[in-house]
Write a protein that binds this ligand. Structure first.
Ligand SMILES: Cc1ncc(COP(=O)(O)O)c(C=O)c1O
Length: 374
């Protein structure tokens, strides 16, 4: 692996962020969400760091991700919540992974897998309370909840949880938040009447965990906040520290005259004689092409803006009359205390969310881990 670029991941920061979330959860359990390769930080190291910080559950989107955690020797309770046809449900049952039942199809398949394997499946029913994405819609509650209650009575499944997910928790005060909470209470009541006694009832992502005490129930499911980024732009959460720093060594510098077009399409033209520094990271590494003439970067001790089009493997920075040596580090984002931009700064510059900035850092960029939890 070339070492000119790296995504440095501070595992101690993840553990400390989770410890902050544990404290803020005020008695509710914390599930560290490590889907999508731990939001780009590396699933297994992020999971271990989250557990070291006090998370007692881990959450993934897909069963394969949860199986990856088990293969790494992690025996904490795991929930995988997106289960399309073709997912290895029987393997999940064998591995003791909680399966999110968010469709009538999944409910039937999990019961069938439990029969086939002779193992009791652990299931968590996902109620759609208004996100209108995954989850059992209210019209299907009777069919699914009564089916899993029957399967539980038959010893085929244990219903360990009932959960849901907010649409607009990152906009505190949005009317849908209270509406979804009310529907979640109805779902819990319906399940209780059907005889279910799930050990964990949960609906809160990072934003709700931090801003809405009445949404904590038995467990909260923070993802982005565990990586040190605020789920609500502008909301300062004391103690959170961004865990990832993305940087690359400058590959070369050259002096060019005024009026030089820079990079594909000449979307940037120098307005004076100047020095251009070449940074070997591009959209092939997850730097959005939309960062053309927009993305912030720390080079030579100063914050600058990408000059011209972001290419697949590289982009250019206009450093004026400053001196930067090939091999010096250009920092795209990090915790921000060295003057570098943050992932939130990138999100603001590009009109997206910090989640996308960290999660899209590509496989070609080696992760370098610091900190105790491995
Ligand atoms: C079902 C579910 N729970 C929790 C999370 C974590 O959300 P966040 O990263 O906003 O804390 C996600 C992430 O999208 C999710 O899909």
């Amino acid at each position: 692996m070339p070492s000119f670029a790296e995504a440095r991941v501070d595992l101690d920061a993840i553990s400390a962020n989770v410890a902050v979330l544990v404290e803020r959860a005020a008695g509710a359990l914390v599930m560290g969400v490590v889907k999508a390769d731990g939001y780009g930080h590396g699933m297994v190291p992020a999971a271990r760091a989250a557990l070291a910080g006090g998370a007692t559950w881990l959450g993934t989107a897909f069963i394969d991700e949860a199986l990856g955690l088990r293969a790494a020797g992690i025996d904490a309770p795991l929930l995988a919540w997106i289960v399309p046809p073709g997912e290895p449900i029987a393997e999940a049952v064998e591995a003791g992974i909680d399966i999110g039942v968010g469709s009538t199809w999944t409910a039937d398949e999990v019961v069938a897998a439990a029969r086939r394997t002779g193992r009791t499946a652990r299931v968590q029913v996902k109620a759609d309370t208004g996100l209108n994405r995954g989850g059992i819609g209210e019209a299907d509650w009777p069919r699914v909840i009564e089916a899993v209650a029957r399967a539980e009575a038959d010893g085929l499944v244990t219903v360990t949880g009932l959960f849901s997910h907010f649409a607009c928790a990152d906009e505190p005060g949005h009317p849908s938040v209270a509406a979804q909470l009310a529907v979640f209470h109805e779902a819990l009541e319906f399940a209780e009447k059907a005889g279910l006694r799930p050990e964990v009832r949960h609906i809160a992502n990072s934003a709700a965990a931090l801003t809405l005490p009445e949404a904590r129930f038995d467990l909260v499911r923070p993802g982005i906040a565990a990586y040190g980024l605020s789920p609500v732009p502008g909301l300062d959460v004391p103690g959170l520290r961004p865990a990832m720093t993305l940087s690359a060594r400058v590959a070369g510098c050259k002096r060019v005259p005024a009026g030089s077009g820079v990079s594909y399409g000449y979307r940037y033209t120098t307005d004076r004689e100047t020095t251009l520094a070449l940074v070997p990271l591009g959209y092939g590494d997850g730097v959005p092409r939309a960062a053309t003439n927009t993305g912030p970067v720390l080079v030579g001790g100063r914050r600058r803006t990408i000059a011209g089009t972001v290419c697949m493997d590289q982009f250019v920075v206009d450093i004026g009359d400053d001196t930067v040596e090939p091999g010096d580090r250009a920092v795209l984002f990090g915790p921000g205390d060295g003057g570098e931009p943050t992932a939130q700064d990138w999100a603001d510059a590009l009109g997206t969310i910090s989640y996308e900035i960290v999660t899209r850092v590509g496989r070609r960029v080696p992760r370098a881990y610091t900190g105790a939890a491995r």
